[in-house]
Design a protein around this ligand. Structure first.
Ligand SMILES: Nc1ncnc2c1ncn2[C@@H]1O[C@H](COP(=O)(O)OP(=O)(O)OP(=O)(O)O)[C@@H](O)[C@H]1O
Ligand SMILES: CC(C)(CO)[C@@H](O)C(=O)[O-]
Ligand code: BAL
Length: 290
């Protein structure tokens, strides 16, 4: 695996990768953007990319512009050597790990802001977050020029924002279908894997498994015809009983527009939750049958 820390080295390596695939004219490159501190969720994205493409490039960049002033930018785990070894073992061909100065040189003045799907949910509780995500992902797409890009459904709203951005800006590679959403990978007790799970104390880690459990209970109620408002307020209560703070949100939303729903509409729906336990903000989402 080649590692690039500068754009020049990245471009040279991308060009080499494109020319080098079993006599094919042009290798298909899959991009897996991450912030590092890799776990099985990330590695599942890499494996999926390897199935769909000839070569995989992963990026590791803890993007400062998507963190709010009181968020965990400084505390966010950084372990580049360990991550690189994991990616290499999976068969990743290229690691793009720029510095903040390489990504945002002096004089950087551009911002990409997606409206609609970025509003509410995490966009409501993390102002500016999705501008930071959309801008850096657009840069990553331009830098690597992948044929496909792979994102986790764990960050469901992020996936919707990136799809909207790619569609609206006519990015060179995608049809929206070139942005692949990969189902959430979970721990054995159901907790969605996340780099931030490592912030949890043992007691809070055990209690955190109540998040997916309580969501499943709410979904069972909703699918059985319960009032959505009642099911959501029971979900909130179950989380607070388990030691979570009052959740940032518990929302049943249309799975495409992310507009909140007061009743099932026959279209795909999603239950989305963000809640803190012991200062760690966890998010999760699950499909609801309509
Ligand atoms: N459990 C998971 N299952 C599938 N994809 C995941 C999972 N966790 C993260 N991803 C995906 O990996 C990519 C990189 O995410 P990121 O590096 O932020 O990891 P993370 O574990 O979500 O970290 P954080 O705790 O900061 O949210 C994103 O597309 C994200 O949706
Ligand atoms: C997509 C992303 C790599 C952009 O910084 C980040 O938001 C993440 O890891 O999900
Ligand atoms: N996994 C999404 C990146 C973030 O929380 O900033």
């Amino acid at each position: 695996m080649q590692t690039a820390h500068t754009l020049d080295v990245l471009r040279t390596n991308v060009a080499k990768l494109r020319g080098a695939s079993d006599g094919r004219e042009r290798a298909r490159i899959g991009l897996v953007p991450t912030m590092g501190a890799l776990h099985e969720g990330h590695l599942t994205l890499v494996r999926r990319a390897l199935e769909e493409c000839d070569a995989v490039a992963a990026s590791i960049f803890v993007n400062p512009t998507q963190f709010g002033p009181n968020e965990d930018l400084d505390a966010y785990p950084r372990q580049l050597a360990e991550d690189a070894a994991m990616l290499e073992a999976e068969g990743c061909a290229l690691l793009w790990a720029p510095s903040a100065e390489e990504m945002y040189p002096e004089g950087f003045v551009t911002n990409i802001s997606v409206t609609g799907v970025s509003e509410g949910l995490c966009g409501g509780s993390r102002p500016g977050h999705f501008d930071g995500v959309a801008t850096v992902v657009n840069k990553l797409f331009n830098q690597v020029q992948p044929d496909m890009a792979f994102f986790g459904e764990k960050d469901f709203q992020q996936l919707a924002v990136i799809r909207a951005m790619a569609r609206d800006l006519d990015l060179a590679f995608p049809h929206v279908h070139s942005i692949i959403g990969v189902p959430t990978v979970r721990e054995s007790d159901g907790l969605a894997m996340s780099s931030r799970n490592r912030y949890l104390s043992d007691a809070n880690r055990a209690a955190a498994a109540n998040l997916p459990r309580a969501m499943q209970a709410a979904i069972a109620q909703i699918e059985a015809g319960a009032q959505i408002a009642n099911a959501l307020s029971e979900l909130e209560k179950a989380l607070m009983d388990a030691g979570f703070d009052k959740p940032d949100y518990t929302v049943l939303a249309d799975a495409a527009s992310l507009e909140p729903l007061e009743r099932l509409s026959g279209k795909p729906a999603r239950l989305l939750v963000a809640a803190r336990i012991g200062g760690t903000r966890l998010i999760d989402n699950m499909a609801v049958s309509c």
